[in-house]
Design a protein around this ligand. Structure first.
Ligand SMILES: *Cc1c(COP(=O)(O)O)cnc(C)c1O
Length: 368
């Protein structure tokens, strides 16, 4: 009897997305092994954080890297570090930032998502740049930045059509002398995004470790200059304070490091070919089952290079099919009249099994 049987929880194949609620990523044996090795001994956690960060920074062509327990708490950490500067007392007063001269974080109105709460959790007052439904230009962003602004956050993808491009936002930030943080949590693949935004001039860039990187689900990365990384090491977990809850264990540091090594070792073309192969299996299954408006999208739900397949089921409604797939142990996405099949995290064998379930539930037997 394995763990899931023992506690009485169901198991699924995840062809929906790297959603935390689904368990998100799937770690490889090499990742488990690194975690096990890190677990066997006690360490100086500060040293492991610093050295793992150094190694990851070298691998990803960044000046510095810091491991958090996820992208969301990476946002909190960046905001808190921007608020307090080098001030120890200011750090320990957070989330009370009322006495700080610079206690505001500027976010672009079209980019607002519930992740803004992770910025606010630092104690920063959120200031919105732009009116709802209107384009945020460089001028609008400039006007939102005042002498009270500690940091600007820029969320990639969400609200992009109503937001000035990142290049322009960076120009505004530089001109105003305010650091800019990029939330790139789910912007992988391609691997080059790991260094793209820091190269463009972003002060800090946040990624999830538990999505495409297939590291521990409770891991994340912040890239930035050594000055910022040292501040994170000084103020972040295990130090008490507003980010104590963001602690990363030595096991998750080891796991994320191993996952990154694997992710970077894979040639981007080979990665795309493999992802596409799994999508083609899904598409063929949909075709055989008589799905309508089948479409292979080369991009994932937040514009990352992660292909997926859309199709409208021939008999049942999409919502009903999705429910019966779930009952049968397969998670897929839902949009309008159709389902999304996104096998990013599945092995080839799991994808074949997912296709078998799909064919079965869509009412046609699978064929070899
Ligand atoms: C997933 C996601 C996060 C949160 O990432 P975690 O690693 O799960 O904390 C933050 N921002 C965006 C844009 C995301 O997609």
């Amino acid at each position: 009897m394995d763990f899931l049987e023992e506690i009485g929880a169901r198991r699924y194949l995840n062809a929906e997305d790297t959603f935390t609620k689904n368990g998100a990523s799937r770690m490889s044996p090499a990742v488990y092994q690194a975690m096990q090795e890190a677990s066997a001994w006690w360490v100086d956690l500060y040293e492991v954080q610093r050295e793992t960060g150094r190694a990851i920074a070298r691998m990803t062509r960044n000046e510095g890297a810091y491991i958090t327990s996820g992208a969301a708490c990476g946002l909190t950490l960046c905001a808190a570090a921007a608020l307090c500067g080098e001030d120890w007392d200011a750090w320990h007063a957070l989330p009370d930032a009322s006495r700080l001269a610079k206690n505001e974080a500027v976010l672009l109105t079209p980019q607002l998502t519930p992740y803004a709460c992770s910025v606010a959790a630092s104690g920063a007052r959120i200031v919105q740049a732009g009116a709802p439904g209107e384009y945020v230009s460089a001028r609008v962003l400039e006007q939102a930045v005042t002498e009270k602004t500690a940091v600007i956050f820029y969320f990639l993808y969400h609200g992009a059509c109503l937001s000035l491009p990142l290049e322009e936002a960076l120009q505004v930030a530089k001109a105003k002398g305010v650091p800019l943080v990029v939330d790139a949590a789910a912007q992988l693949p391609p691997a080059e995004n790991l260094w793209k935004y820091t190269r463009m001039g972003a002060d800090l860039v946040v990624f999830s470790g538990g999505k495409a990187l297939a590291g521990p689900q409770d891991s994340g990365l912040v890239f930035g200059s050594q000055k910022w990384i040292e501040r994170f090491i000084r103020f972040g977990a295990p130090e008490a304070g507003v980010c104590r809850g963001c602690k990363a264990t030595r096991e998750s540091m080891a796991g994320l490091y191993a996952a990154l090594k694997e992710f970077l070792a894979e040639d981007e073309e080979a990665r795309q070919k493999q992802l596409m192969e799994k999508c083609l299996l899904g598409r063929r299954t949909m075709e055989r089952c008589g799905f309508r408006n089948i479409r292979l999208d080369p991009l994932g739900p937040v514009g990352q290079a992660s292909p997926r397949v859309y199709g409208e089921p021939p008999t049942a409604t999409a919502a009903a099919l999705r429910e019966s797939l779930r009952e049968a142990g397969l998670l897929v996405g839902l949009e309008g009249e159709g389902i999304w099949f996104h096998p990013q995290m599945l092995t080839l064998q799991q994808t074949q099994e997912a296709c078998r379930i799909l064919a079965e539930q869509a009412g046609r037997p699978a064929q070899a």
